[in-house]
Design a protein. Structure first.
Length: 333
């Protein structure tokens, strides 16, 4: 079974409620219909002006039966949501009046639905930049216990079956944190390990990558990865990891034997942690294009509740896949 099929089976096994803040986009409306028809979600809520959503649905030939529509500015939960948002942000200078205005933004409203358990997951980004999606998620949903850094991962499939789980691996962080500090890179590593469990259904074996292997080069960038390994050792996170390692040492047992003999991750790596966004973004795209691999994502990680970001150029199929993966993540919580 391929990755998308596995995620669909997982989502359908324990359907969750999804909120889509960009309800006035025709792709989002069509996605909502697909998710319900395929029983991938227990419920789908579209946010936006009801009349406009209905008009677009008619033009697209989409039946809205069973799909909830909420216009935040006039919804009966407005006062409750505004008060909750005020309580969350009052230490940042938020006033009650401003909270009542701000919470009507559909991204914030959707995040609040998840925070208050009126929905289980949120997916956005078809109309909004990643920064806005992240800001709404961080200010309301927040990060998972023990984690301070939100990040992302890609699920790479179609690789040589000798690598990862039958040719499937987790690459992180390739989309969110440009130049993480050692503490942040440790957070990213822990989150990627959890993503491996959720998306690949195997125990994570993690390699922290560098242009150096075990001190073969000296540089601040190398020191950062070495410090990350020390932080992880102190945290004792419950999964196998090693670093700093060059990519060939991480992946090829014979190379690892020469450069870092006795490593506990020999021949088992299924998660690659890149030291910064430059290397991560370049790395996954090279593997995708030159290796003819499939790159699914980026999927956000490190949040307290399931949240995902979309490319503004995403197709309906792309959005359905991201929603499915997000709902599958919810099914595992």
């Amino acid at each position: 079974m391929d990755f998308v099929s596995e995620m669909k089976a997982k989502a359908a096994s324990s359907p969750k409620r999804l909120v889509l803040p960009e309800g006035m986009d025709e792709r989002i409306i069509r996605t909502a219909r697909v998710l319900l028809d395929q029983k991938l979600a227990a419920g789908v809520t579209l946010l936006g002006k009801v009349a406009e959503i209905q008009k677009i649905a008619v033009a697209e030939g989409v039946d809205l039966e069973g799909i909830d529509i909420i216009h935040p500015g006039i919804d009966t939960h407005l006062e409750r949501y505004a008060e909750e948002y005020y309580q969350l942000r009052k230490n940042k200078g938020m006033t009650k009046d401003q909270a009542r205005i701000d919470i009507t933004d559909t991204l914030r409203w959707g995040a609040m639905m998840v925070y208050l358990q009126d929905a289980d997951a949120i997916v956005a980004g078809a109309l909004n930049p990643t920064s806005d999606v992240l800001r709404a998620g961080l200010s309301i949903i927040g990060t998972a216990p023990g984690i301070k850094t939100a990040s992302s991962c890609f699920v790479m499939t179609g690789l040589d079956p000798h690598y990862g789980k039958e040719g499937a691996m987790i690459f992180t962080d390739c989309a969110v944190v440009p130049d993480p500090l050692a503490e942040q890179l440790a957070d990213i590593t822990e989150c990627a390990a959890q993503s491996c469990r959720e998306y690949l259904s195997v125990e994570p074996v993690v390699a922290l990558l560098s242009f150096s292997t075990k001190g073969s080069a000296k540089h601040d960038h190398v020191t950062k990865v070495q410090n990350t390994v020390e932080i992880l050792e102190k945290r004792n996170p419950g999964f196998a990891f090693d670093g700093e390692l060059q990519a060939d040492a991480a992946l090829v047992p014979s190379v690892l034997d020469k450069k870092a003999p006795g490593s506990s991750i020999r021949g088992k790596v299924n998660v690659l942690v890149f030291p910064d966004l430059n290397s991560g973004n370049i790395g996954y795209k090279l593997v995708q294009r030159l290796g003819n691999a499939q790159a699914y994502g980026p999927f956000l990680q490190g949040f307290a509740k399931p949240i995902s970001d979309l490319s503004r150029g995403a197709s309906v199929d792309d959005i359905v896949t991201t929603c499915t993966v997000t709902l599958a993540k919810g099914a595992s919580n």
